[in-house]
Design a protein. Structure first.
Length: 276
């Protein structure tokens, strides 16, 4: 049986209960999420052929430190980096290293900052130099999937409505939805209830109420949906080596719909510098 609880009465650990946040909490989330979105905006000037993902990781750490925030990824379950950098057929949780980005790559950068106790979780795709049309199309489809899911959010519907909208948007473009990972509740802890599946039926899942805060972060593949985890225990890749893309927003349910906390201050969330 699912239970909902005012966030101030819930312990700062995962309990399976769904926290309902108030206006004060929304203010805290807006501030933290604006910082994370600002970081991703600044990365548009850095992500170019020749840069390493380690350099990206260092920038994320330094940018957060300069603004009084810490990366939630750093030391999370033994993860030793400040962000995730997932290139081409890497679905998610790509580990920054000495690899040099090359012309034609696509990369997802996933950043979560902790600011004043609030977790801001967001990711977006970056084209590296001139990319192929198939990669550009995948980015377009994946962004469309995210926005379709967000459009389904309002009090009274179930989380399955989000997944159904995303799945429909992907499959009508002959792409597939990764089923191994999902969105999640977020706020004063990194990963919380409920899970937000990116596929399913409108009748699935738990009911949405005003005050819920969670991420929607669909991972969409050009090929089949299967993934595997590499020996490092983190990196997830497509089994068929097809390209994968992901976009992620953190949002809060309002009385009439939702508020997206991680909107790009410079309107760079979906980069249009791809070939048409």
């Amino acid at each position: 049986m699912v239970s909902y609880i005012p966030y101030k009465k819930a312990p700062l650990k995962y309990t399976g209960q769904i926290r309902l946040f108030d206006k004060q909490a929304f203010v805290g989330m807006r501030k933290a999420c604006n910082l994370a979105a600002h970081c991703l905006d600044e990365l548009t000037n850095i992500v170019k052929p020749g840069i390493t993902t380690t350099e990206i990781d260092r920038f994320v750490f330094s940018f957060g430190a300069d603004h009084g925030a810490l990366p939630a990824d750093l030391n999370y379950r033994g993860y030793m980096h400040s962000c995730c950098t997932s290139i081409n057929h890497v679905v998610c949780h790509g580990i920054p290293d000495a690899r040099i980005l090359r012309d034609g790559d696509i990369i997802n950068i996933d950043v979560t900052y902790i600011l004043d106790g609030w977790h801001a979780d967001t990711s977006r795709m970056y084209p590296v130099g001139k990319i192929k049309r198939a990669a550009a199309r995948l980015m377009e489809v994946t962004h469309k999937c995210l926005m379709s899911g967000i459009a389904a959010v309002r009090p009274g519907v179930r989380t399955g409505a989000i997944g159904a909208a995303i799945q429909h948007s992907a499959e009508e473009e002959r792409c597939s939805v990764v089923r191994d990972f999902c969105g999640h509740g977020v706020g004063q802890i990194f990963h919380d209830a409920p899970n937000i599946l990116h596929y399913g039926s409108p009748d699935d899942g738990v009911q949405l109420y005003e005050g819920m805060i969670f991420t929607i972060e669909p991972m969409i593949n050009l090929g089949k949906p299967g993934v595997k985890i590499l020996n490092d225990g983190w990196t997830a890749v497509t089994r068929d080596r097809s390209l994968s893309a992901q976009y992620e927003h953190t949002l809060g349910v309002t009385a009439t719909g939702c508020e997206i906390f991680t909107l790009s201050p410079k309107d760079l969330f979906f980069l249009h510098s791809v070939p048409r």
